[in-house]
Design a protein around this ligand. Structure first.
Ligand code: AOF
Ligand code: ZN
Length: 382
C-alpha cells in the first residue's frame, strides 16, 4: 500500500475508533473511555470500547470480536494500550497473542504507569506502531481522566447561564429560564457525559432542580451506550437542613443522590435526609463555616468520579474558583437583562484583586445557539 493510502486509512479507521470511544464517555469512570477497531485487508473485523470497571478494555473487546481474523490485522486504538496489569491483564499481551501486525494509536496514556511503555513494549516485540492520527480528539475525550490521573482529583467543569448583564438569577432568586430550549438540550448532552453534578444548598432550595438527563432520542449528539441512572447528583449542605419537598429528595431521584453535610449537622437532619434514600457523607467544616471545596474534591475523588459538573450557585463556584479547581467552563449568555445589585453573578467567592491575574480560557470555542452565546474553554493551571 502506498503512503497516501495508508494515511487516509489511518484517519478513516481512527475516526471509527473515536466514535466507539465517544459512545462510552461517562460510563467508564475511573477508567478512560477508549475505542478500538481491528482491520484486516481494509475491512473492519472487530470493534469495541472500554467496559465499566472491571470488564475488558477496548482492545480486548475488539480482538474478541475479530477472533482468528485478528492474525495479521491492524489495530486502531484511541489510547496507547496498557502494559501493566491493574485490574485486567495488559492489553499489550492480548495484542501480541492475537497476532496483530501493526498498531495505530491516537495518543499516549497520561497514566504514569503506562506513559509510553505500552508503545515501547509493542515495538520491542516487533510490531509496527504509529502514533498521532486523531490525537486532538482523543485527548479531548480523555481530558477528565488526564486530570484525574495526574492531579488525583476530579476534572471540574463549571456550567452557568447568565443574562447579558451577568446575572444568574433575579434579586428574588428566580432563574427559570435564562437560556433557551436549545441551550438546555446542550446542557443535557453535557450532563450525559459527566460522572456527577454538584450544587450548593441555596441552589437546591431556590431552583429545586432534578439534575437528571432529559433527552429525546433524536437530541443526542451521537450514539451512546446506555448507563444505569445517569450522573450522580451531589448536594453540599453544611447543616443538612434541606426541605423534604425538594425534587432531589423524592425517593425515585434520591437513589442516585449524595448529600455532603458538615460534621456539625444534627442527627435529626441526617436521619431525615437518609430516609429519602440519599447517601449522606459527613465532612469537616472550615473556619468560615463552609465545607472546603478541596475537601469536597477529595471525597469525590475517593468515589472514583473523574468528571464533575459544577452547576452552581455563586457560592460553590466562588469557592471552586478561589481554590483553583475549575478546569473547564461552559458559559451561556442570553440576550436578556434583569438588573439588580442583589442579583447574583456566576462566580462569587473572594475573586482576584487585579485584572492582570485574570484566568484566560485556553482552547476557547464560541458558538451561537438560537440567539444564546455559548463560550467554552479550559483553564490550565501550572
Ligand atoms: C487500555 N484500554 O480501554 C483503557 C485503558 O483499572 P484498570 O485495570 O481498568 O486499568 C486502568 C488503566 O488502564 C487506566 O488508568 C489507563 O491507564 C488504562 N486504560 N487502557 O489499554 C482501555 N481504558
Ligand atoms: Zn488495556
Amino acid at each position: 500500500m502506498n503512503d497516501d493510502n495508508h494515511n487516509n486509512n489511518n484517519t478513516e479507521f481512527m475516526a471509527q475508533a473515536l466514535t466507539r470511544a465517544r459512545s462510552v464517555i461517562g460510563r467508564t469512570s475511573p477508567r478512560p473511555p477508549v475505542g478500538a477497531v481491528v482491520v484486516l485487508d481494509g475491512t473492519v473485523v472487530g470493534a469495541g470500547a472500554t467496559d465499566p470497571p472491571f470488564g475488558p478494555h477496548a482492545e480486548v473487546n475488539a480482538l474478541l470480536q475479530a477472533g482468528e481474523m485478528a492474525r495479521g490485522a491492524d489495530l486502531y486504538v484511541t489510547l496507547e494500550p496498557c502494559c501493566v496489569a491493574i485490574h485486567t491483564p495488559p492489553c499489550t499481551h492480548a495484542i501480541l497473542e492475537a497476532g496483530i501486525r501493526r498498531v495505530v494509536v491516537a495518543t499516549l496514556d497520561p497514566n504514569p504507569l503506562v506513559a509510553g511503555r505500552g508503545m515501547a513494549q509493542l515495538r520491542e516485540a516487533g510490531i509496527e506502531v504509529v502514533v498521532g492520527p486523531g490525537s486532538a480528539e482523543a485527548q479531548e475525550i480523555i481530558r477528565p481522566f488526564s486530570t484525574f490521573i495526574t492531579r488525583h482529583r476530579p476534572h471540574f467543569s463549571a456550567k452557568w447561564a447568565m443574562t447579558l448583564d451577568g446575572k444568574i438569577a433575579t434579586y428574588t432568586g428566580d432563574a427559570y429560564w435564562i437560556s433557551n430550549d436549545a441551550s438546555r438540550v446542550w446542557v443535557h448532552n453535557f450532563r450525559e457525559e459527566v460522572d456527577a453534578i454538584i450544587i450548593g444548598s441555596a441552589t437546591a432550595r431556590l431552583d429545586d432542580p432534578q439534575l437528571t438527563v432529559r433527552l429525546e432520542p433524536h437530541q443526542h449528539w451521537y450514539p451512546r451506550t446506555t448507563r444505569s441512572g445517569g450522573p450522580l447528583r451531589v448536594i453540599v449542605s453544611t447543616h443538612g437542613d434541606l426541605p423534604a419537598h425538594l425534587k432531589l429528595l423524592q425517593p425515585a431521584l434520591a437513589a442516585g443522590t449524595c448529600i455532603i453535610v458538615g460534621e456539625g449537622a444534627s442527627p435529626d437532619n441526617i436521619d431525615r435526609l437518609r430516609s429519602s434514600g440519599a447517601e449522606i457523607i459527613r465532612a469537616e467544616v472550615n473556619q468560615g463555616g463552609f465545607i472546603d471545596m478541596q475537601t469536597i474534591s477529595s471525597l469525590l475523588a475517593e468515589k472514583g468520579l473523574m468528571h464533575v459538573l459544577l452547576e452552581g450557585g455563586s457560592q460553590l463556584l466562588g469557592q471552586a474558583f478561589d481554590q483553583r479547581l475549575i478546569d473547564q467552563v461552559a458559559a451561556f449568555i442570553a440576550p436578556r437583562l434583569i438588573g439588580g445589585r442583589a442579583a447574583p453573578s456566576p462566580i462569587g467567592g473572594t475573586g482576584l484583586s487585579m485584572m492582570k491575574h485574570a484566568l484566560t480560557l485556553a482552547n476557547q470555542r464560541s458558538q451561537i445557539i438560537d440567539g444564546d452565546i455559548l463560550i467554552q474553554g479550559l483553564i490550565v493551571y501550572e
